[in-house]
Write a protein that binds this ligand. Sequence first.
Ligand code: HEM
Length: 428
Amino acid sequence: MFQDQITPPMSAARAREIATAFDLRALPADFLANPYPVYTALREHEPVRHMPDGSVFITRYADLVAVYRDAATFSSDKHVEFAPKYGAGSALYEHHTTSLVFNDPPLHTRVRKLIMGALTRRAIADMESGLVALVDSLLDAIEARGGGDLIEDFASAIPVEIIGNLLGVPHADRGPLRAWSLAILGALEPVVSPAQHALGNRSVSEMLVYLRTLVAERRQRPGDPERDVLTRLIQGEVDGERLSEVELLQNCIFLLNAGHETTTNLIGNGLILLEEFPAAKAGLLADLRATASEAAAQEQLLTLAVDEFLRFESSNQLGNRRALKPTQVGNVDLPEGALVTLCIGAANRDPAQFARPETLDLKREGNKHLAFGFGIHQCAGLSLARLEGRIAIGRFLQRFPDYRLSQAPVRGGRARFRGFLGAPFSVS
Ligand code: HEM
């Protein structure tokens, strides 16, 4: 059930040249279409690459794990890094520097405990029937039209509803969520134009206006704190402390965004990879047919496939940390204050960790990919994301095993978030 990605062979001299010229802020023209040859060159020749702006870019699996593990040395706090990027006091600066993912303990711990308390195994299992109904209604509409756009009409339509349900955002209010999310997370790209800055700032401000009303209503009419994340964040106390209003609003924005583009990309990337690798698709379909009467076996097949999609085309390709003291990564000395970019996409294809890493192996066992990060900041929504991926991709395949892309899919054009903006397809 697998097929290798076809990558033209590269000489060691050429690979070294690519690695020593690599600059995240000036990417080669063809990088976004296929970054993997560049990642390979970096892993082999410059695994701790000093970039012209003074930061380092790391690509080996073991080095990423070491950085993720040592949260006392490698901080997630972005106040220093984001002040020049966004301007201290801007809406984007306030948002990103208040969200849990860009903070260290104790703020990180307080918010994470509240969120994890609501994202229990039971709460996630309870979402399954609603998710199935949502996916089936999208598939009905696609069937009636004979096709559509994989991203617009399917992949992106699922997370917006799931995350909207999680925070109890009324259906009628969900329209702008995706555009806000794309603009705010888009501003995390290594290079951001003035227009993207302006859009990101405006999006944070609009989301704040919206969430102030939502929070005020929820304070008046609280939901079940066991199920409703927003009620939990409002009422919840950790060590006798509640979240301040700013912390509450900014972390709601983060939650609404975190589960959005990443999950859209998981579903979109998965279905597009299956088109790119027909043998893998045929193998998965055959296995699903052979286990048609065994729900647990089907679930297992799809769970393994989803994790392989996450490894092979990680929705979130980059992470960032800052060294709080002089330290080392991969035997390279780093000074206090060094900014480190963790390349998840490269680590997830590291042959030192994964057998045949350039092969899409939908039955890969022991797949300890880093698509959800690792350590104290590991994705708080990973079980929900896996559930969404499994149900969406599984039911799509069951309904439309012969779907075909009718045009080349259009890439999102981002280095950090890897996915597609559009992918027209037909099902007849
Ligand atoms: C395929 C989908 C997803 C991917 C690939 C993904 C990826 C990630 C990664 C890599 C991180 C760690 C960032 C770091 O260490 O700097 C993270 C953190 C986080 N994610 Fe996800 N995510 C996904 C879906 C979701 C969903 C559905 C939710 C919401 C329910 C969510 C909520 C969060 C939260 C709250 C954090 C911050 C955790 C912390 O700082 O402790 N994510 N995610």
